[in-house]
Design a protein around this ligand. Structure first.
Ligand SMILES: Nc1ncnc2c1ncn2[C@@H]1O[C@H](COP(=O)(O)OP(=O)(O)OP(=O)(O)O)[C@@H](O)[C@H]1O
Ligand SMILES: [Mg+2]
Length: 410
């Protein structure tokens, strides 16, 4: 088992697998004691496409983190993304059994809210309460202890493909560790980057990774929408490589070191020297910015469509927070602000003790969030030494909750 008070976040991303190990002190504060990152070689657009390569990358990342932290890792908290993720809002109503609402009533109403027929190849990953209504009083965060006869819950439900989740679970478990919990990646990133005030005001977290861009939209402290867009930083690089006919590795280097999404920043004679198949050649930085700018604009237009579609244009006063490695392209916050017509900033993970300064990079938002999720949930798990979550059991847990739901309906 993990050494005492050790929390581990494992982010299996499209470009990197990252593990961080934290330790909670007696004051409850987290100290980061180990980090392991390794290039990811088995994922496409957030989903596992090569089991062997994914296992190898996970192993290397875990090994590195274990060595640095000097502790044993046996349980991890992982993230999930990919274009198979689909989320929606739902609601349910129950009659309160006694006069005072207790936890059992809350559990029943949440089960009722997720009693929705979903395709047999999908499972519910999260069912997150937004707010409760007791009789006619809306906007209640925690109804336990209140008097009432009718309890209603609004929830945000996140579903994913059972087989794609199983593939990820299998890869992680093949390295000999157990999975404590699975969190949707933008929910984890939100935990690491957003303040409670931002979530209250209304904010859109946009995590631009390598293979996907993950959205989490918050309002009044509630998670109101999540979505995975299958476009990420790798698409920016591919565009450069194809449009300017340069090798992929050179395209990545140019993007990271010289790229921008604002062509107006460059004079026409601003060039950079690159190595191509035909030897060294000069590349116009204005042209590079035009290619990257077109892709970034397309991405933010997709985000805008999501906001318009959800009718959220006027409600998100906290603005936009960009995070993830892909958010580091020069000029991207300005472009997002222009397209989305809202204040936009770059979101860095909150800092904690220990090696936290190494983690001060937007590409580590998800993994830090996973560690924080594990801290939120671990007290219950830490005492249960027999807790296991093999892929079969995760699905088993799901079918139990579905059975419960069907019992409620029929
Ligand atoms: N300094 C930088 N400037 C521009 N882009 C960068 C920079 N650093 C990293 N990137 C880009 O960020 C992307 C990787 O981001 P990140 O590490 O957040 O992705 P990931 O978690 O592996 O992928 P995903 O979340 O999509 O599964 C790559 O496309 C990379 O080119
Ligand atoms: Mg990521």
């Amino acid at each position: 088992m993990n050494d005492k008070n050790v929390l581990v976040g494992l982010d299996v991303g499209t470009t990197k697998v990252c593990t961080i190990v934290g330790q909670t002190g007696s004051d409850g504060n987290i100290e980061i004691i180990g980090i392991g990152t390794h290039p990811s070689q088995g994922l496409k657009k957030g989903s596992v496409v090569n089991i062997e390569k994914t296992i190898k990358s996970i192993q290397c990342s875990l090994e590195e983190a274990k060595l640095m932290a000097g502790v044993n890792i046996s349980r991890v908290s992982i993230g999930i993304a990919g274009s198979h993720i689909y989320s929606f809002n739902s609601s349910g109503v129950v009659a309160v059994k006694g006069r005072e609402i207790n936890q059992e009533d809350v559990d029943r109403v949440i089960d009722a809210a997720k009693a929705i027929v979903i395709p047999s190849d999908r499972e519910i990953i999260h069912c997150i309460p937004q707010e409760f209504t007791v009789d006619n009083t809306k906007g209640i965060k925690n109804p336990v202890g209140m008097f009432g006869v009718r309890l209603e819950a609004n929830v945000h439900v996140v579903t994913g493909s059972i087989s794609l989740i199983q593939n990820l679970v299998k890869c992680v478990e093949a390295t000999g560790v157990k999975i404590e919990n699975i969190t949707l990646q933008p929910i984890a990133s939100s935990e690491a980057v957003l303040s409670p005030e931002e979530r209250e005001m209304g904010v859109v977290l946009v995590d631009i990774g390598g293979g996907t861009t993950d959205l989490a939209i918050w309002k009044d402290g509630n998670l109101i929408h999540t979505q995975i867009i299958p476009v990420g930083g790798n698409h920016f690089t591919n565009d450069l490589s194809v449009a300017l006919k340069i090798p992929h590795a050179e395209a990545e280097r140019v993007k990271v070191n010289h790229g921008s999404v604002i062509p107006e920043k460059f004079a026409t004679n601003n060039n950079v020297l690159i190595q191509s198949g035909q030897g060294p050649k000069e590349l116009s930085l204005k042209l590079v910015a035009e290619v990257l700018g077109a892709r970034a604009e397309e991405l933010f237009n997709i985000v805008k469509e999501v906001l318009d579609d959800k009718g959220l244009e006027h409600y998100l006063t906290g603005g936009i927070v960009l995070t993830g490695g892909g958010a580091l392209v020069d000029g991207i916050t300005e472009l997002a602000e222009f397209v989305l017509e809202r204040p936009t900033k770059l979101g860095y993970p909150h800092s904690y003790g220990g090696m936290t300064n190494i983690m001060q990079h937007p590409k580590f938002s998800t993994v830090l969030g996973l560690l924080l999720e594990s801290q939120k949930k671990s007290p219950a798990i830490a005492v249960d030494e027999h807790h296991t979550s093999s892929s079969g059991e995760l699905i088993g847990k799901l079918s139990n909750s579905l059975k419960q739901v069907f019992k409620e309906i029929f």
